[in-house]
Ligand binder design. Sequence first.
Ligand SMILES: [Zn+2]
Length: 80
Amino acid sequence: MENNKNKLRCLKCGFYRPEDATNPEWQCPNCLSAYSKIEKYEQNISIFNSEREKAKVLGLTEYFFLVLLNVGLFLFSHQL
Ligand SMILES: [Zn+2]
């Protein structure tokens, strides 16, 4: 059985990077995506999902009120 534990795995296509891969280290040899970019994307998705969970807990109206409040504060602080 092959041990893939220490191999870099592409989050996009699931391809394990072979040790003799010739393309740059940051890039998946199979789909040519950058590993770090995909990680960033996955992080954004999980942040988005956790925000959605919060929205469910608070109830949408309260959540959007909070978002509007934050946006308002942000704009206000940048006008000064
Ligand atoms: Zn890939």
